[in-house]
Design a protein around this ligand. Structure first.
Ligand code: BES
Ligand code: MN
Ligand code: MN
Length: 462
């Protein structure tokens, strides 16, 4: 790929400004108040693909938010890359913790990003990373260097479970036919330690409701004599882990893939400082399943976490009350071979069985998805590895991530192709948190590396 560095240098300012414009649109898929902004964002993505040289760009309607599709087919005999990304973002709250408004992007310098980082919701997850692909395509088409075919599929419901995308993929297998799927929606170890994500965890997300008496009660008149749903719920939740922090749901670990000693030793070679980890989070120690390291706990081991819990009086001052109901939202991150629907069922059966007399328990499943692992001997992985080696001057390390992109397992099932996860974010970029940001160095480095993947994938496919 000739002149990619020059091209990026020459167009830096425009590349930043275009991304900033996209980040101004509050495309929050979880909140229906932002429906108009979602549609505006889909249109902006469509226009950007057209400007980058894509053909047949269309807004595909679904039962939810639209999917933006476009393609550039140069020769049916050449391989086809399918690029996937998402234009929706997480809600921005708690707003008061942002140092600048989430949809008024600004560039600020940070310790890890001395060249500056763009602060905005979606800067890294996933508008910034998705837009690198649009600009990489622009480079290849405008300099006549596109070496293969490409299809783009950018959805608007990743952050809410990609339910309508599943249907779209099942109904459009021919249209989406490809030789490899390329995604930038994960991270890398550090700016000087490039890595390729080889695994994602699965997910089961449930909501539970515990009901005691038929109305809120005076905690003096009734306290001690009836089950308090909040007391009961917290006790039930506490029992879901034992003293070694193993999950106690019967059957939960039955299908968990156990890694060999060799694989675990290989993993342990990735650079990691427990001290900086603790320091960056302001904690005096880490916590988790006995017998596993921090990097294992957040990648190859399944987890169960309360994501939210509520009930009773939480206003100012004190109110003496026993609530009628208590609620919690619980996520379970899963590893290869654990089936999310089966785990959801195991959770439900167990949680209902541990409810004491005097309360009623409801378990409501939300969304979920399977985990994913990709081999490192595929053409796609090798091509990605060569691309990083050329742009970073270092061979990338394979790394399993703890996050989830549930649609990836479905892609493999329906489209029969492997996904390559070339993520350029850092764990410290605060995705889903206040002050999300994306380093401009990472943004440009991504734009530089992507065309090299196209080049090596085409070469290795011959
Ligand atoms: N891009 C993230 C997933 C991710 C981030 C994977 C960093 C690996 C490293 C994605 O947008 C996301 O947030 N996924 C959700 C799941 C979804 C069903 C809401 C998640 O992991 O919580
Ligand atoms: Mn994402
Ligand atoms: Mn996300």
């Amino acid at each position: 790929m000739d002149n990619i560095k020059d091209y990026v240098n020459k167009n830096q300012e425009r590349f930043l400004n275009e991304l900033i414009e996209l980040l101004k649109l509050p495309s929050i898929s979880a909140d229906s108040a932002y429906k108009n902004d979602m549609l505006k964002t889909a249109n902006a993505v469509k226009a950007s693909l057209e400007n980058a040289g894509c053909d047949n760009v269309e807004i595909c309607q679904t039962d939810g938010y639209p999917i933006v599709y476009g393609e550039k087919i140069i020769d049916a005999k050449l391989p086809t890359i399918l690029v996937y990304g998402h234009y929706d973002v997480q809600p921005a709250d708690p707003l008061e913790l942002w140092t600048s408004p989430p949809f008024e992007p600004i560039i600020k310098k940070t310790e890890l990003h001395p060249d500056g980082a763009i602060f905005a919701r979606g800067a890294c997850d996933d508008k910034g990373q998705m837009y690198m692909h649009v600009k990489a395509l622009e480079f290849m088409t405008s300099t006549n260097q596109l070496p293969c075919n490409v299809k783009f599929m950018i959805e608007g419901e990743e952050e809410v479970g990609s339910v309508n995308l599943s249907t779209f993929v099942k109904n459009n297998r021919e249209k989406l036919k490809n030789d490899v799927i390329l995604i930038s929606d994960t991270g890398m170890i550090a700016k000087d330690v490039p890595s390729i994500t080889t695994g994602l965890r699965g997910l089961s997300y449930v909501e539970v409701e515990v009901t005691g008496p038929n109305r809120d009660l005076h905690s003096g008149l009734y306290g001690g004599a009836v089950a308090n749903p909040i007391n009961v719920l917290t006790k039930m939740i506490a029992s879901l882990h034992d003293e070694n922090n193993h999950i106690t749901i019967p059957g939960f670990y039955d299908k968990v893939e156990e890694l060999s000693k060799e694989e675990r030793n290989e993993m342990a070679k990735a650079p990691f400082s427990l001290d900086s980890y603790k320091k960056s989070l302001d904690i005096d120690d880490v916590y988790g399943e006995k017998g596993y390291t921090t990097n294992e706990r957040n990648s190859i081991r399944p987890t169960l976490d309360v994501n939210g819990i509520w009930g009773g009086y939480i206003g100012e001052g004190a109110k003496t009350v026993i609530a009628s109901k208590a609620f919690a939202k619980i996520s379970m991150r899963l590893v290869p071979h654990q089936d999310w629907e089966e785990i959801t069922q195991l959770f439900k059966t167990h949680f209902e069985s541990i409810a004491p007399e005097g309360v009623k328990v409801k378990v409501k499943p939300h969304h979920g998805g399977q985990g994913y692992v990709t081999p490192i001997d595929s053409i796609g992985y090798q091509a990605a590895s060569k691309a990083y080696e050329e742009s970073f001057g270092k061979k990338p390390i394979p790394q399993r991530s703890g996050g989830s992109i549930p649609i990836v397992a479905l892609f493999e099932q329906e489209l029969k192709s492997k996904t390559i996860l070339m993520g350029f974010g850092l764990d410290s970029d605060a995705i889903h948190s206040p002050n999300e940001h994306y380093g401009i160095w990472n943004y440009f480095k991504g734009i530089e590396t992507i065309p090299l993947f196209y080049k090596y994938f085409t070469e290795l496919s011959k």
